[in-house]
Design a protein around this ligand. Sequence first.
Ligand SMILES: *Cc1c(COP(=O)(O)O)cnc(C)c1O
Length: 404
Amino acid sequence: MTLATSRPQLAHLSATLDELRAKGTHFKLRILDDQQAPVCHYDGRQVVNLASNNYLGLANHPKLIEAAIAATRAFGVGSGAVRTIAGTMRIHMDLEERIARFKNVEACVVFQSGFTANAGTVSSILGKEDYILSDELNHASIIDGARLSRATIKVFRHKDMAHCEQLLQELAPSPGHKLVITDGVFSMDGDIGPVDKLSALAEKYGAIMMVDDAHASGVLGRNGRGSVDHFGVHGKVDVQVGTLSKAIGALGGYVCGSRDLIDYLYHRARPFLFSTSHPPSVAATCIAAFDILENEPERIDRLWSNTRYFQGELKRIGFNIGGVTTPATETPITPIIIGDGRVAMEFSRALFYEGVMATGIAFPTVPEGKARIRAILTSEHTRAHLDQALETMERTAKRMGILG
Ligand SMILES: *Cc1c(COP(=O)(O)O)cnc(C)c1O
């Protein structure tokens, strides 16, 4: 049997890939040979890993590994059905109750990923008579959910409260429901969404308030409770989304809110209704992770202390880590602004061969001319790891003419 290659039906895809190669932004997947750890091996090469979202080192925490193994032995490897048919296991309910207790809300529903949590929620709580007011830098899963809802989408300039209020005023006479939605932490620049100010605006205009805390879960707020806790706006945010895939170390997404919101999503959110639930091992892992957030707060302290040190040193060396023509980071997400897409990708590649893994990010993920590499700190990096990365970044940037 021959492999089906190069049929003319897909020639337009090959043409697009050729364009990416010509622009220098085509990439190959880097393959992790061992564990998601501060020093690990990609493509057979040892690197200081500044590319993962494993903020607290939970992806390989021994207690989480034990929890996954025990649940697999007790309950098997798969749930066998979607939640609404036969695939709701006791451990799924235990996880939802654990999260609701942690977040101090009435109820919680877990989805297969943060992506499906956002897309499934936004698309099901609004319809075509309704309006979505969305920050221009919100995550793709919010944008897709907004499109699927068929509501009218109004995009406000990044964190521009006056612009958001102007849109709310213009929409005031329209009868539809309005949803104000923001990321709790923006994934490309690392700045924090103004959840306090936006929820006050939403309140003033009777709009629903929703926040996507993917990068805030386990990072912001007491014990990593997220942006609502960070700003002390408990009870002012109707829909809180979080992820179990980043700081929590496993996989999944969740929505927290009122009992009726969650019951409604059980009945209407399409990824919940039409896609199989988590393996029991994942649910058990996540339950153990929330115990760690409460019992090992020193991980979060180390994360923030590494963040302060690394970002301070980058500035001292002379890197642009945002704050002038791009937002200033306020979290462990550290953009190092390069400008030109090709140079950013080449810098990332050169760093990799020198032993530092930091993702290159170019248009269309970030605006044209704002290409960057992105470094993410974790609690598990040691000072020595960070110093090695800083020395490599300075030396490589000077050799490439990125730093004078
Ligand atoms: C990563 C991310 C998601 C998606 O979460 P997954 O659990 O990886 O699907 C959603 N929103 C934001 C802002 C993210 O950064």
